[in-house]
Write a protein that binds this ligand. Structure first.
Ligand code: KIV
Ligand code: ZN
Length: 523
């Protein structure tokens, strides 16, 4: 990819490892959008999915491959010919395709397919050879490498290299390793495995002990030149190495980590927000780089220092990560053109009809709220998007009666497939009453997994963003909505999640089921 020995290749797996985490399922259109953003921001390799997992995954990987510009498009495959063939079918449309095949090599993982060390070694040889006959860019991963016996790990890495793998990825699948160990493992593999200097070594760290970023950077110190990561650190359990963290760490501490990437860091904030929205996994407020508070200076001492010299408390500038220096407030007199230009600055180039819709809701919000901030606008845009694809059920009217005396009651009108229906339901609090009303009008078996409320901005007139995650027969969908009225936002988020489940049910997308067995079948 490059001869520059300090260039670190960024391999993004938001659409595979990230999307695989329960509840983070994205729609086809959302996957295409995220892939385009990754490509445009200079990510080198996009792992677009796991083509054998479902028709949906296959279609998404194929389409992302067809639309790819600069990035290499990679698909995941277990160590069998069927997976590898299916993966190739999907990625071959890319200008620069890659097959990523893996097998669990630690004693615990070897026990699953019940293979002896020799049998597994033979399987690795055969499958990597097969992949290499299809594609000249092949990545191989010994899953759970950090808990694999050294001798066996070195042996299978050598076999994979001889069979034609061009990248060897060393996953810390369960987030078990620590920085010194991570660096040492890569260093030793490069030093001792014959042929190691002809391939690129990659690091793939999970964050179970909160060390994923440190471990990935340490692996680079040890000689790895590809970091596998996800936007916002999305991923199974505690997630993966966060792309924004490794990119900014190497940029800001270039003095001690003299490595660089091809990522345009000014695009980090926008993609972070988009991934949070489409995955339904909000970014924690104090998350490094992209958290809401990452550049906020609340305390008096900090503000005083910041006013005198921003460097007192800031090691990077907000603009470096794509956060505009000023959170310009829009008011009820701001026009359509001002809104269009503000949204463009925030990374949204809306079509006229979309802009009209957001403008109408912006005016309504500006009537209710003194000042409309960037975050308010982002919430409006997100709401507009949720309506597009998923609008079988709509909230038309809601009035709740609350007070110190339980139960509370909700009077609700829904439009279901174009027909209005009305009910009044009671519950333990206004949200419970509202959800009961939705369930009366649209009976369903979906289970509420998560209900979360965030204030978009400060003040008692702030909008609330509500996220609702629902599960039905292994399918999971997250709905979101924002409104100055928390109960209205809750009703809309609940209905949005239901609409998403309906779309998924109609397509009878078996994603969730297949993805859950995928690791078990890794042999
Ligand atoms: O964590 C892991 O081991 C993986 C592999 C499939 C690379 O995601
Ligand atoms: Zn992983």
């Amino acid at each position: 990819m490059t001869n520059d020995k300090n260039r670190v290749v960024i391999f993004d797996t938001t659409l595979r490892d990230g999307e695989q985490s329960p509840g983070a399922t994205m729609s086809h259109a959302e996957k295409l959008e995220i892939a385009e953003l990754l490509d445009d921001m200079g990510v080198d390799i996009i792992e677009a999915g796991f083509p054998i997992a479902s028709e949906g995954d296959f279609d998404a990987v194929s389409e992302i491959a067809k639309r790819s510009k600069q990035a290499v498009i990679c698909g995941l495959a277990r160590a069998n010919y069927k997976d590898i063939d299916r993966c190739w079918e999907a990625v071959r449309h890319a200008g620069r395709p890659r097959i990523h095949t893996f097998i669990g090599t630690s004693p615990l993982h070897r026990a699953i397919p019940n293979l002896t060390q020799d049998e597994m070694a033979e399987r690795i040889h055969d499958t990597v050879t097969h992949a290499r006959n299809l594609c000249d860019n092949v990545q191989w991963s010994p899953m759970d490498a950090t808990r694999t016996e050294w001798d066996y790990l070195a042996r299978v890495v050598e076999i994979a290299i001889k069979a034609g793998a061009t990248t060897i990825n060393i996953p810390d699948t369960v987030g078990y390793t620590a920085p010194n160990e991570s660096a040492e493992l890569i260093r030793r593999l490069i030093a001792e495995v014959p042929g190691a200097d002809e391939v690129v070594f990659a690091t793939h760290c999970h964050n179970d002990l909160g060390m994923a970023t440190a471990n990935a950077l340490a692996a680079v110190e040890g000689g790895a030149r590809q970091i596998e990561c996800t936007i916002n650190g999305l991923g199974e359990r505690a997630g993966n190495t966060a792309l924004e963290e490794v990119v900014m760490a190497m940029k800001v501490r270039h003095d001690i980590m003299p490595f660089h990437t091809g990522v345009d860091s000014t695009k980090l904030m926008h993609i972070s927000r988009r991934v949070a929205t489409v995955s339904g996994f909000p970014v924690q407020y104090n998350k490094a780089i992209v958290g809401k508070n990452a550049f906020a200076h609340e305390s008096g001492i900090h503000q005083d220092g910041m006013l005198k010299n921003a460097e007192t408390f800031e090691i990077m500038r907000p603009e470096d990560v794509g956060l505009s220096a000023t959170n310009i407030v829009m008011g009820k007199h701001s026009g359509r053109a001002a809104l269009r230009s503000k949204l463009k600055e925030l990374g949204y180039d809306l079509a006229d009809n979309q802009l009209n819709d957001v403008f109408v809701r912006f005016k309504a919000l500006a009537d209710r709220k003194k000042e409309v901030f960037e975050d308010d606008l982002l919430a409006l845009v997100r709401d507009q998007e949720s309506g597009e694809e998923y609008d079988r059920i709509k909230v038309k009217f809601l009035r709740v009666i609350c007070g110190t005396e339980a139960p509370q009651s909700a009077d609700l009108i829904l439009e279901i497939d174009g027909k209005e229906v009305r009910t009044t339901a009671q519950g333990d609090g206004p949200v419970d009453a509202t959800f009961n009303a939705v369930k009366t009008l649209f009976p369903h078996e979906a289970r509420l997994q998560l209900y979360q409320v965030h204030a978009v901005t400060e003040g008692t007139d702030a909008q609330a963003t509500v996220s609702v995650r629902m599960e039905e027969e292994g399918r999971i969908a997250t709905g979101q909505s924002a409104d100055t009225d928390t109960v209205v936002a809750s009703a809309k988020a609940y209905v949005n999640a239901l609409n998403r489940l309906l779309v998924r049910r109609e397509k009878s997308d078996p994603d969730a089921d297949v993805k859950q067995v995928s690791y078990k079948d890794a042999g």
